[in-house]
Design a protein around this ligand. Sequence first.
Ligand code: NDP
Length: 241
Amino acid sequence: MTTPTLDKTILVTGASSGIGEATVRELAAAGARLFIGARRSDRLAALADELGDNVAWRQLDVADGDSFEAFVAAAEARFGRVDVLVNNAGVMPLSRLDALKRDEWKRMIDVNVHGVLNGIAAVLPRFAAQGSGHVVNVASVAAHMVAPTAAVYCGTKYAVWAITEGLRMEHDDIRTTIISPGVVATELGEDITVPEIAEGLKQWRQKSLTPDAIARAIAYAIAQPDGVDVSEIIVRPAGGA
Ligand code: NDP
C-alpha cells in the first residue's frame, strides 16, 4: 500500500536509527515536510542530505524540556507550522529489579516518559492555537504485558499508553495515536549491561519485523482524513511477540 501524499509538517524524534529513521524515509517519500531530531547529529545530517530540502534536522535530547521546546520552535521557523509530532525516541537497558540499576531506571523514565511529556508540552499550546494537531506516541507490546527483566521498561510504556489515552480524552481537536510494535530488529537494547540478557534479546529477535513495517503503520495513522482518529495500532511479526 502506498501512503497518500501528505501535505503536512511532521516532527520525528529518535530519527537517527531504527523505527524513527524508517518513518522519516516513509513520510518523506509521501511528500511530507520532516523535522527530525536525536542526539547523534551526524546521522541526522546524513539522512537529511540524502532525502533533500523537505527534511531538516536539529540535535535533540528529549529528556531535556528546553531542548524539546527549541526543537519545535526551530521546526516552526523552518516550515511555518507543525502538524504532527511522532514521539519515537526510546531506550531499553533491561535488567532484573534486584540488580538495582537505578541509573538505568532513571534513564528509561527520563527518555521514555519525560521525553514524551516534554514533546506534548512543546506542541500542545501550538495545537490549541491552530485548533488541530496530531500526537503519535510509539509505545510497545510492552505497554500491554510485563516480562521479567523488563519491569521498568514496561512501566514506561504503560505510562506512554496512559498519557496518550488521557490526551485523547482531554482534546477533541487533537488526534492521538499509540503505535505498539512487537519485536523489531533495530539498535534498541544495545545498551543492555547484563550479558545474559543481551544474549537473550538476540534469541528473541530471531523472529522480528524490519522497521519499515512500523513506519507504514505510522504513515497510515497520519494519512487519515481530519476527524478520523486511529487510536492504537499493534504490529507484531506473524507468529512472534
Ligand atoms: P533504536 O535504538 O534504533 O532507536 C532509538 C532512537 O531513540 C535513536 O534514534 C536514538 O537516537 C533515540 N534516542 C535515545 N535517547 C534519546 C534522547 N535522550 N533524545 C533524543 N533521542 C534519543 O530503537 P528502535 O527504533 O527500536 O526504537 C524506537 C522506539 O520504538 C522506542 O520508543 C522503542 O521503545 C520502541 N519499540 C521498539 C521495539 C523493538 O523491538 N525495536 C518494540 C516496541 C517498541 P540517539 O541515540 O542518536 O539520540
